[in-house]
Design a protein around this ligand. Structure first.
Ligand SMILES: [Zn+2]
Length: 274
């Protein structure tokens, strides 16, 4: 694998006409994909997609927007999905106090339930945070995560980046790093330890320049890598190698014996964890 898109929504209906071609374009560039669930049905779809392609792994979880839909039976279903083949994380989970589509107390309860699941399964978490930073940091300080996690679509400044890094988390950097307004984000990405960065697209959303405004896809993660290389003043290949190592370590994408050879184009399927 040359690059890993650590956050995609391949189940999105916008890919219905050409999903196989979208995955094939990423595979042709040796880009691995972690496709992420946002509710039970998209988590189930993510598991199916990961079964079908050696380039795709998946995360299962319920987004804070959908917290109010997760009842006891749903949580049991999620617990069972977390044991499926090629599930490498619990996500995306977290807090969204910007849109408040679920009551905040419900968001916090469902977040903690899923953090507990990640603890039990020893899986990393993929965190969504919008305007919930203080509660998110407080909860993460209380619920210890044996396998760590990533702050998906990190958009903050260097001070906030360091607060997350202190908890041992990775920062997921995506298309917004290419947007003109995001100087504070670029300064943060230039300043933090390089081995804590992973790349993502959040496709079909947050399309990087120059495709901004159109549908995003995993192959565009290379545009994010180029911008990270530019802001850090290092060669693109260094970004590719470093962030792929970070993603592989966080999500345990390949056991050491299965590590793809340099320049190898098709990673062998990981056995996942037992
Ligand atoms: Zn997402």
């Amino acid at each position: 694998m040359r690059l890993v898109d650590t956050h995609a929504h391949l189940d999105d209906r916008r890919y219905d006409p050409d999903r196989d071609a979208v995955i094939a374009r990423a595979a042709a560039e040796s880009i691995g994909i972690v496709t992420v669930g946002a509710d039970l049905s998209s988590s189930e779809a993510a598991v199916r997609l990961a079964r079908e392609s050696a380039h795709v792994w998946c995360a299962v979880g319920v987004h804070p927007h959908d917290s109010k839909t997760l009842d006891r039976a749903g949580l049991a279903r999620l617990q069972s999905l977390a044991t499926e083949y090629r599930v490498v994380a619990i996500g995306e989970i977290g807090l969204d106090y910007y849109r408040d589509l679920s009551p905040r107390d419900v968001q916090r309860r469902v977040f903690i339930e899923q953090l507990t699941l990640a603890q039990e399964r020893r899986l990393p978490v993929i965190l969504h945070n919008r305007d919930g930073t203080e509660d998110l940091l407080r909860i993460l300080g209380e619920v210890k995560l044996p396998a760590g996690g990533v702050v998906h679509s990190f958009l903050g400044d260097e001070a906030l980046a360091r607060r997350f890094l202190k908890l041992g988390l990775y920062l997921g950097i995506g298309g917004p790093i290419t947007y003109p307004a995001n100087d504070a984000l670029r300064r943060a990405v230039a300043a933090v330890p390089f081995d804590r960065l992973v790349l993502e697209t959040d496709c079909p959303y947050l399309t990087p320049v120059p495709h901004r405004g159109k549908r995003n896809e995993p192959a565009y993660v290379s545009l994010v890598a180029e911008e990270v290389a530019r802001v850090r003043g290092i060669p693109l290949e260094e970004v590719a190698v470093g962030t792929t190592e970070g993603a592989s370590a966080l999500f345990r994408l390949a056991a050491p014996s299965e590590a793809p050879s340099p320049g190898g184009r098709s990673p062998r399927p990981s056995r996942g964890r037992e």
